[in-house]
Design a protein. Structure first.
Length: 355
């Protein structure tokens, strides 16, 4: 295709995973944003990849830290990171900001949660998060919380009464309701309850790979029918073997497009642009990290010591260009590819963020 499309990663990272601080963080269950490394390589490679904007994870996900206080601290951390790199980064609070990032050659940073535990029992905190620039709130991580069931929770775990109040408040404050890690019952309940289109920012298709972290056609279709967004990840859950390849990413995108239509599908890689340089050394650390997640009860079915949490042949600076090339080979038009690579997310953001 000619020209550079908007490239929006609906869930990703800004990090140099080879830096000493990030190597240490990778061994922890709930690393702080302060432990990730936004260095010259991180920024140069993000920009060189063509990345326009990325939804990063900040705040409480799991562990023993106080959820609300830790989340506010993480927002402070990222505000300082962006303030220190204004030539390279732009905090995104409106869809227009994504276009500004593209125009300026910067990378837009969307603040997002992967667990809404930090809300506690105080709905008013959602207004605080919105005022601080948070724009995406995932209701649950893999385990259940007081809002609903995660993908590893019992199948009957649905959206709770308080979870409905949270969805209402997220709608009121124009924040995305992200159901990526939610269990199927909670996901369907939240889609039905929300007055505003919802998203599944990083997932795969369960019709192709039957794992709980992937979404059923019913979930995908319902999200799309209400004007929502689905992002396909670059994760091991795309293959029954756990060793997903670029071809698997394309197949899951194609299935999602067939189910949802081309106006509702994008990408949410769940990884950084900068690739891990020493895969052998990383493989040795990975087994320990997976064991820790399993012991803590926060891992997803399909996580194993021998499966990388990324797609080996679709990573690094060229990952987005390579995906575009594979979609072109699939026969997709430039218009459809532009939608998948970023335009669909921006259009969805305009529907939810009101600007």
């Amino acid at each position: 295709m000619t020209g550079t499309p908007l490239i929006v990663n609906a869930l990703g990272q800004l990090d140099n995973p080879n830096a000493a601080r990030s190597l240490a963080a990778a061994a922890e269950l709930n690393p702080s944003s302060e432990q990730f490394t936004v260095d010259a390589r991180t920024l140069a490679e993000a920009r060189a990849s063509g990345l326009t904007a990325v939804n990063i994870t900040l705040g409480y996900v799991m562990g023993d830290l106080p959820p609300y206080e830790h989340t506010l601290h993480e927002i402070d951390v990222w505000d300082r990171v962006i303030e220190s790199h204004l030539d390279d980064l732009l905090k995104v609070t409106t869809a227009a900001d994504i276009h500004t990032a593209a125009r300026d050659g910067r990378v837009g940073v969307v603040y997002g949660f992967q667990n809404a535990v930090a809300v506690g029992d105080d709905i008013g905190r959602i207004a605080t998060f919105a005022e601080r620039g948070v724009r995406v709130v995932q209701l649950t991580y893999n385990q259940a919380n007081h809002l609903g069931g995660g993908s590893s929770a019992p199948a009957e775990s649905g959206l709770t009464a308080f979870g409905r109040e949270v969805v209402d408040a997220l709608n009121d404050h124009h924040l995305m309701v992200d159901l990526s890690h939610s269990g199927e019952r909670t996901c369907l309940d939240a889609i039905a309850h929300s007055r505003v289109p919802v998203s599944i920012n990083h997932t795969g298709c369960r019709a192709l790979t039957d794992l709980p972290r992937n979404k059923t056609d019913e979930e995908l279709r319902l999200v799309a029918s209400r004007g929502g967004f689905v992002g396909i990840y670059f994760m091991p859950f795309l293959s029954p073997t756990g060793h997903a390849r670029a071809a698997d990413v394309v197949e899951h995108i194609a299935h999602a497009v067939n189910v949802c239509g081309e106006d509702h599908v994008g990408i949410g890689t769940d990884g950084p642009v900068t690739a891990i340089d020493d895969l052998d050394a990383y493989r040795a650390r990975l087994a320990e990290h997976v064991a820790q997640r399993q012991e803590a009860g926060v891992s997803a079915a399909g996580e194993r010591a021998d499966t990388f949490p990324f797609v080996v042949d679709l990573r690094g600076v060229d990952q987005f260009r390579e995906l575009i090339r594979l979609l072109e080979r699939r026969g997709y038009s430039s218009t459809r590819i532009e939608k998948i690579m970023g335009r669909n997310f921006v259009d969805y953001a305009e529907r939810v963020w009101q600007g």
